[in-house]
Structure formats: C-alpha cells, structure tokens
Design a protein around this ligand. Structure first.
Ligand SMILES: Cc1cc2nc3c(=O)[nH]c(=O)nc-3n(C[C@H](O)[C@H](O)[C@H](O)COP(=O)(O)OP(=O)(O)OC[C@H]3O[C@@H](n4cnc5c(N)ncnc54)[C@H](O)[C@@H]3O)c2cc1C
Length: 398
C-alpha cells in the first residue's frame, strides 16, 4: 500500500490550490450567486472563471489527452477536486465542474463513438463550452428509471418531449446529456442517453433556482418540446441509457465528493486556529476537553471519509466495476461534511451563525446528502450488495 500521491499529481494539486485561491475565492463567489443569495446569477462571470479553469486543465481532467483533456486517472482527478475545495470556499463552482466532467463528459468518453468524442470533447475540455446532465424529473428522482420524458424514433432522428428539474449547469450549458424513455416500461433497458445541443429548437431552460447551498453552481429546469435530435447523438446504444447513467454515477460518487474533503480540511484548519486564539475563563477554548475532543472527532470523520474516497478512486483508476466503494465514499463524505459544518459552527459560538466559512460549509454540505443518489438510496444499494434486499424496484434503484 502506498498513501502518497505521485509527485506530478502533488504538483498539480499545489497548482490547483493556488489557482482556486487566486481566481475562485472571495469576491468572485458572490458573482456566482443567485437571487436567493440576494445576488443575481452572473453568467458572464461564471464563464470567465470557467475558461480560466479550462486553461488550468481542470474542466477536462479525466478526459484522455487525445480528446483535449488532461488524461488524469480517478485518483489524480480526486486530488484536483480536493484542491479546488481546499483553495476556494466556492464549493458550488467545484460542484459545477464535477457535474460537467464526471456526469456529462465521462459518458461521452466511455460510451461515445469516435466521431462524437472528436466533435464534442475538445471544446468541453478547453473551457469554451459547458455541459450538463439531465435525468431527474419532478416525478422521477430516486426512481430514476421511471422517466416521463419520451424520445420517439423517426428514422434518422428522435423527437424529445418532457421536462427535467434540478439540472446543474443548465443556465450556462452549451450541451446536455439527456436521459429519455425510448421504451417505457422496459425498466433498465427502457432508457436512452442523448447528446442535445442547447440551441436545439424546442429546448428551453428555466431561471436559476434559489438554493440553500452550492450557490456558485447554477441549477434550473430544462424543457423539451418537440426537440429534434439526430440519431447520431445517441450515446452508447438505444436502451443503454441506464448503463450510461450508472457508470457516470460511479465517477460522481467518488471524484465529485473529493471537493468536500478539501472544503472540510480548510474549515477544520480555521476552526483549530480559532480554538487556539479565542480565550474564555482565561484560557484558549481549545484547552477545554469538550472543544478539543470535538476537533479530534472532526479530524477522525474527515480522515476516515478521505480513506474511503481514495480507496474508491483507486479502484476506479484500475477499472473496477465495484459500486459499493463509491457508495460508501459518497455516504461517508457527505455525512462527515454536514457534521463538520455543525461542529465548526459550535466551536465558533455566536460567530458561527454569522455568514462565513462554517455556515457556508454546512449549507453546501446539505445537498450532498441528496444529489448523486440520496444517502438512503446508497444504503439500499449497499444492502443489496450484502444480499439483503430482493426487490430492486421497491428498494430504490438510482
Ligand atoms: C444541488 C443539486 C444538484 C443536482 N444536480 C442534478 C443534475 O445535474 N442532474 C440531475 O439529473 N439531477 C440533479 N439533482 C437531482 C438529484 O439527483 C435528486 O434530487 C435525487 O436523486 C433525489 O431525488 P428527489 O429529490 O426527487 O427525492 P425523492 O426521490 O423524492 O426522495 C425523497 C426522500 O425519500 C427517500 N426515498 C425515496 N425512495 C426511497 C427508497 N426506495 N428507500 C428509502 N428512501 C427513499 C429519499 O432518500 C429522500 O430522503 C440535483 C439535486 C441537487 C440537490
């Protein structure tokens, strides 16, 4: 076993931390906000930073070099995501990068034809174009195979009708990976994944949501009203949509959550520093066991979640098909992030409930228990792997 990162990955991590501190933190974060945060979403500012992230090799991280990416494996990609989370308190931006890279570009890398890869990937890796992944619908969240969005085959093209919700990056996306039912009722084999250009007639995007956290990441509804999509834009094969989706979730449940490891480390460090400086009863509060043990528990949660995540990334980098490792990583990191946010607020006392790093972590961590398949669904998946649940539909499939 070797717990060290390769020197070139270490270097990339250092450079990414510096980049995130320089370009993504502080005043820039507000510009990525939305109406709910009292700041209108600024798509131009978001795109400006996205292009810089593209130049940094961040938004095409795991895409092979021949298609314009950085050719990172899952361990290196996790290190880069961790660096983004550590260097900037705008976890929303890192989340947007992950939704683009792991849920939208990786399906093209793993299931796309050579023509699709050459046509789509270079501009998506350089930061010139942004991708989004749309499967969730108002009536189909955890029950992701039960889609109402239909794609009807008409010879050399399909016609899409339906609506998606909670689509990350939708307000800025140039291209969407869309899941639609081609054979409703056929369950796992009833879905097909399509690449849909944002300017396709009949595709419309709603206004950015006002979210509790991840405010630097724009989210919106997407509607398809008679959208004509060439058959050449089917990803994988007709009926392979669920396989495309499952594969992308393995990436997301592992590498995306590394951004939270970085955010937790940053907040843990500032919390330890605060406990060393803040004095009550003539001593630093960190000298009181109730406080120091809380900081130890925060460290324990972070380090154990980190081990699970890098183990899952290590497996992914070796082509493992294991779904339990990524599910465990997703569960551990998201729960640790919520608890660490609560603890960081508690150690700060009243200052913790003012706007700042601790409350931001908590707000950003809450959605992590929900996206990429809720934590309850991860437990269903792990229980199934343990041989504990028979009915896939009833147990939750996502
Ligand atoms: C910030 C954010 C970004 C997102 N980005 C995207 C995106 O880019 N693209 C996209 O397609 N989707 C996206 N989503 C949607 C996300 O994937 C769904 O919200 C998620 O799958 C859960 O679906 P739901 O919200 O409809 O909850 P529901 O499925 O309605 O679940 C509600 C509650 O019931 C529980 N539950 C449901 N079924 C079971 C069961 N069988 N067993 C036990 N408990 C169960 C759930 O765990 C949850 O607690 C995003 C969500 C968030 C919050």
């Amino acid at each position: 076993m070797n717990f060290e990162l390769d020197p070139d990955v270490e270097e990339m991590r250092t450079m990414t931390v510096a980049f995130a501190r320089r370009e993504l933190d502080g005043r820039h974060q507000a510009a990525g906000g939305h109406e709910g945060a009292g700041v209108p979403f600024d798509a131009d500012e978001f795109r400006r930073r996205w292009l810089l992230a593209g130049k940094q090799g961040v938004v095409g991280g795991v895409v092979p070099v021949e298609y314009g990416g950085s050719g990172l494996d899952a361990v290196a990609a996790s290190a880069v995501m961790e660096a983004l989370g550590y260097g900037s308190s705008d976890t929303g931006f890192a989340f947007s990068v992950a939704a683009h890279l792991f849920a939208s570009l990786m399906p093209v890398v793993e299931f796309g034809t050579e023509e699709q890869k050459r046509r789509l990937l270079p501009a998506l890796c350089s930061g010139e174009r942004i991708a989004a992944h749309a499967i969730t619908e108002p009536e189909a969240g955890s029950d992701a195979l039960n889609l109402r969005t239909r794609a009807e085959s008409r010879g050399d093209h399909y016609v899409l009708h339906g609506s998606k919700c909670f689509t990350t990056n939708a307000p800025v996306a140039d291209v969407f990976v869309v899941q639609a039912a081609t054979e409703p009722g056929r369950g796992f084999f009833g879905l097909t994944a399509f690449v849909v250009e944002a300017d396709t007639p009949g595709l419309t995007v709603g206004p950015p949501y006002a979210k509790v956290g991840l405010r630097g990441s724009p989210t919106a509804d997407v509607h398809f009203d008679g959208c004509v999509v060439p058959s050449a834009n089917v990803l994988g094969a007709r009926g392979a949509g669920a396989s495309v989706f499952s594969s992308s979730m393995k990436w997301e449940r592992t590498c995306l959550f590394a951004a939270y490891l970085g955010a937790m480390r940053r907040v843990l460090e500032s919390t330890v520093a605060y406990a060393g400086e803040r004095e009550q009863f003539g001593a630093p509060i960190g000298s009181f066991q109730a406080v120091s043990h809380r900081l130890v528990d925060m460290t324990l949660r972070l380090e154990s979640a980190r081990l699970l995540l890098y183990k899952a990334a290590w497996g992914l980098a070796r082509g493992s098909e294991d779904e339990v490792g990524p599910a465990l990583a997703k569960l551990a990191v998201s729960e640790a992030a919520v608890q660490l946010g609560l603890d960081a607020i508690q150690v700060r006392g009243a200052l913790g409930v003012l706007e700042g790093e601790a409350e931001t972590l908590l707000r950003d961590a809450l959605p992590a228990r929900i996206f990429s398949g809720t934590n309850e669904i991860q437990k269903n998946n792990i229980a199934r792997a343990l041989g504990l649940s028979g009915n896939r539909r009833r147990a939750g499939r996502r």
